[in-house]
Structures are given as C-alpha cells and as structure tokens.
Design a protein around this ligand. Sequence first.
Ligand code: DGJ
Length: 724
Amino acid sequence: MKRLIILAMLLTAMGTYAEKINININIATQNTQLTLQVKDDGRLYQTYLGARLSDHTPLATLDMPRMAGASSIVTHGNEVYPVMGTEDFYEPAFEIRHADGNPTSVLKYVSHTQKGNETIITLRDELYPVTVALHYEVFPDEDIIKQWSEISHQEKGKVYISRYASSMLYFEADRYFLTEFTSEWIREMQMKTQELFFGKKIVDTRLGTRAALFAQPFFEVGLGRPVAEEEGTVLMGTIGWTGNFRFTFEVDHQRQLRVISGINPDASTYLLKKNEVFRTPDFYFTLSQNGAGEGSRRFQRWAIKHQLNKGEDDRMTLLNNWENTYFDFDEKKLTSLFEEAKDLGVDLFLLDDGWFGNKYPRKDDHAGLGDWQATTAKLPNGIPYLVKKANETGIAFGIWIEPEMVNPKSELAEKHPDWILKLPNRDTYYFRNQLVLDLANPRVQDFVYSVVDNLMKENPQLKFMKWDCNSPITNIYSTYEKEHQGNLYIDYVRGLYNVLQRVHANYPDLYMMMCSGGGARSDFEGLKYFTEFWCSDNTDPVSRLYIQWGYSQFIPSKAMCSHVTNWNRQASVKFRLDVDFTCKLGFDIGLADMSEQDKQYCREAIQEYNRLKPIIYSPNLYRLMSPYDGEHCVLQRVNDDRSHALLFAYDIHPRVTDYQLPVCLRGLDAEAQYRVREICLMPGQQSWLDCHDKVYTGDYLMKVGLRVTSGNALVSHIIEIIKE
Ligand code: DGJ
C-alpha cells in the first residue's frame, strides 16, 4: 500500500513536471521580441531577443548557444535570472544567504501569467521557500519593455540578499560597443564609447543622494558596430532609481554579452524580512534596428505618455534669480525682478537658494539648511507677500528647497541630531558644508514632506518648486537602521519616494524641477514625480549643446531645463537663447546686463517659443549633425502629422577651410510642399540663408537638403518648415 502511494505521488509529480517544461513565453512590442523557455531542467532561459519575428515562427525552434567551455560543463546557457551557486560561473543576477548560512539557490519555474501588457513569471528555489517573480510590462506602440523583480521568502531566521538585479539580458553579435554617459559637476552626460571584450565593464554609482554625479543611469550598446544615429542595432537602457545603480556588461567566453541592471548591491547587502516583498526598481529598454535616433524617439514618446509627471501638459517659462543675485537679495530686489520677468514675458519667477533661516540665516552655503522659515531681516513680509506681489505683477511664483539636507549650523541640527546620517565614532565628512537627513526614518520623511506641505498651506498660489540635492551621502550610518545598516542606501531612496508620493497625491498641480547640484538626478523614477529637471549648472551654450545632446538620447525636451545666463559672453544672447529654445526655456540673468536689442530679441523669442511649443516638445527628434563630429550641431523636430517642423542649426567653432555641406532633413512627407522660413531673427536683421522664404518638396528637403551651417563661430539659426 505504502509503495502504491509513493508510486502515485511520483507519477503525479512527473505529470506536473512534464507540464512545466518546454513552455515558451513571448514578450513582444511592435518591433522587438523577447522569448523565454522553460527547459527540461525546469529552469527558465532566454532563447531569443531581437527584431520581432513573424507570428508563424515556432517559438520552440529558437535558441541561443549552450554554455560550453574547455571544461566538460555544458548547460542550457542563458538563464533568465541566474543565481549564485549553479554551474554558470559568470556574474549572477541573484544571490541570497539563507537562514542556515547556505549561499546558493536554484530557481525553478512555477507558473506564469500574461494579462494585457504584463507578464509575471514565478520562480521558486527547489529547496528553500524563496520566490522570485519576474515582471515584464510592454509598451507595444512605443517599443519599450519595462522589467523588474520581486523577491520574498518564508524562512525562519535572518536572510540576506546581496544581488538582486532588475533585469538580465543576453545578446549575440560579433562585436559590442558601449556608449556610456559620464558626468561630473558642470560636465554632465558626456558620451564616451568603447568596445567590449571578454570580461566585465561596470558603470555604477555609490554616492547615495547625489547619485549620478559621475555616472548617469543610461547606456547604449551598438551590436556589431558602434552606435550610429539612424542605422544599426542599438540597445538603449536605463534604470528608474534615484540612488545607487549598477549596469554590468560582461562578455563571456562564447562572445555573448550579458547585461545586468539594477540597484548597486555594493554596501547594500539587504536583510530581507519573512514575507516582505523586495521590489527592485524598473529597468526600461528598447532595441532599435535603426540607430539611437529611433531609440530616442521611442523613449521620448513613451516618457511623455507614460512616465513623466504631467508628461502631456504644457510647461512654464521662467526667470530664476540664482546666477543673477546668488544669496544677495531682499524684498525690494526680488519685486524688481518680478517686473523684469513680466517685461520679458515669461510665466513664472523662481526664487532660488538663500531665502530662509533666522537664528542661522542662509547668507551663504554654510548655514541655515533645514530651517525653512523666511529670513525676516531679508524678507520681512515672508513668502506670502512675494507670491502676492508676483501674482499682482502678472506672473506665477516658484521657490527653491533642499529638504533632504541640513547644515550643522541650523536649528534643525540642534534639535534633531539623531535625524542626520553621521557616524557616531568617526570624524564627520561634509560636502558643501552640509549633511544628509536620514530618510529611512519615517519621522524624517514626515519632516521633509512638511517642508512642502507648510509652504503650500501658507501659499496655495505657489505653482512651482525646485527641489535641490547638493550632497552625496558622506557618512553612511543611520541611528534608525538599528538592525542592519546594509539596508540604508535602499531604504533612503524608498523614503524619498514615500515623500514624493505624498507630495504628488496632495499637490497634483504643483510643477516641480528635480535638481542635484546641476544634473546629478535625472532618472525616470524621479521624473514620475518631477515635471522637469535641471540638466547642469553649466549654462555655457557650447557646453550645453553637448550636455543636451546626451540627455536627448532618452529624455523629452519639455523635461530638460535650459536657461539663458551670462556664461560665455563671447556667444551672443541670441546664440545662448537659441540653444535653450530646444528645451524647457528659462532665464537666469539680469535684464540690466542686456542691451535693449537683446532684450527685444528675448521678448520676441519667448513669444515664438510659446507659439511653437507643440513642435519643440514633440518626441520626433532628428539629430542631424553631432557636435561630437566637429564644428556644428543641427537638430530637427517634427510634429506627428509631418506638417510642421523646426530646424535648429549652430556653428560652434568652424575653420575657414571647412566646406559647408547641405543638411538633409528627415521625417517629412516626401510628396508635400513645405515653406522654409528663418525665424527668431535679431530685431531689424534679415535672414541671409538662401533657403529663407522658399518652398521645397519634402523629397528635396530630405534628399538634397538645406545649407544652414556657416564658417562663422557661434552663429545660430532657427528655421520653421510648414506644409503649404
Ligand atoms: C545647485 C543648483 O544646481 C543651482 O541651480 C542652485 O540652485 C544652487 N544649487 C543653489 O544653492
């Protein structure tokens, strides 16, 4: 009898097992396909990632090479979520230390569901009660795939996870070229390309708060050839995490490329409680068969529609006082700037750093951070008076805050020393004379939320906030994380999101600029809460052409703040403004510094900007001439029905020996007739472009092109192209 029962159990198990092998799971957008398969060992493998195949292609015939090496080990190869402790000796996506100290796992397929655009695949360890759910969400029309993982367990005792990728993908090509986006203060988003050979290349950050100071959370990989603008297969990926991230690119001995994306697990071995679900950040990617240009258009369209806060809404032009006054202002000065904002014709005045602190007034960056009350000596009537005055002048009002930070010289630091990240037994290290508040602590989250909430309750007419974050986490220790400091970097970011969710839920109409000492925060999870971000403190228009070229690979123009300032006075005000015109336009300059002619140019350009926002903010960007290739930069935006386009042409530092070649446009209707007209001319100036006020077919514009560059340095043209 006993034997019979065992036999029956075995047969049932075999039945279930047989049902669970050779299952194919297809995850597809309009143009891309990712196919996964459960093989006869019950584990999940990637069998295909590439251009979408015909619906008639039998999925079972797809496969990538098996792992074979000099040793006798041969495996099925590309495990979707490879673990530490099996026969794959490359970088795993997942590593766990079980309560009994065992550091290995073997994840087997349990089930999967596909509902609408989401696929969830559940894997479970064959021995331990550990579950990993792999999530895939597709955006078919925009050709973006979003991926994340959810990890949980029911073990008794302490379980630590030390690797927990959001995504792992495999590629097969003869060569791989990685383009990364290196950064530094005033040198954001510099594109650098290198070929990948056997071994690992890691792009990561460990800075905590000002996370992307040295490396931005974006990458591109050219498969078979370096990334080109409109040709070739390009993988473009990014992680939505406003903290430490890591991308690992590993070429294995079979010349396959493995790409692992997620939170940077360094210094973040995470203590995972029983039944807690550890959700990794979202990884987003697109696989373009037509160069980075197509990938950028997909990302921008997707972000506008699905990700960016108020993605489909308008944006406000503004005048900021930072570069103009720094900390040196008072009520009288500010109200005179409201008049300047009105005179220019912008929508909003943005009051920057230096308006708060009484016991320790914020007169420079040494004191006051944390004390969010207006400095009475400077602003005797407080913020409500300024908001009222601005509104009476006919402009909206916005304000700067840096609520995650504190100066030791502040009442907040005196009152709540335990709210500050700081080592109890070592010297404290300061960055810009400030420290980071412990956002892992819910009481600190309440405080940070209250900074926004108090300002909004006192000033319901506030329309805009610039949320700055100037310091990385310099002293990684929390008095709140008593049980395990390893959770701190992660809990910090989650705490930040808790605050931002509350702000967003209670003040949905508030426009917010994400800023981090320039552009050290630019990720897509942040942009769920922020309507825009500050790309860089570098506002030299020539540098900006490169910085904005970099961000435009992924981010829509309406999210990229670009302000006219006095950086690079060799460049005319027109050239400076024309560079900012392609993004979210603002000013950070005093009108007193400008000639009447320049002021008039700005007034007229703002009107043109307002008129042309639908084209400027369109996701259809064509980058026609790269500043990285030499002396010029030419960009084009087109609306969806191809009836209206703008061309932006900049001569940077050409040599007289150069030949000026025509620039071929893209994305137009070949059959249609278009009138070409240079706009945004200096007052009284005539266009000297041959193409000005002429009519051409789309075919001509795309095949013959227009001569819009010159041999003169720092010259710019904005050209409107309208279907007749
Ligand atoms: C850094 C920002 O990038 C600047 O725009 C300005 O807001 C300063 N912080 C203020 O301290």
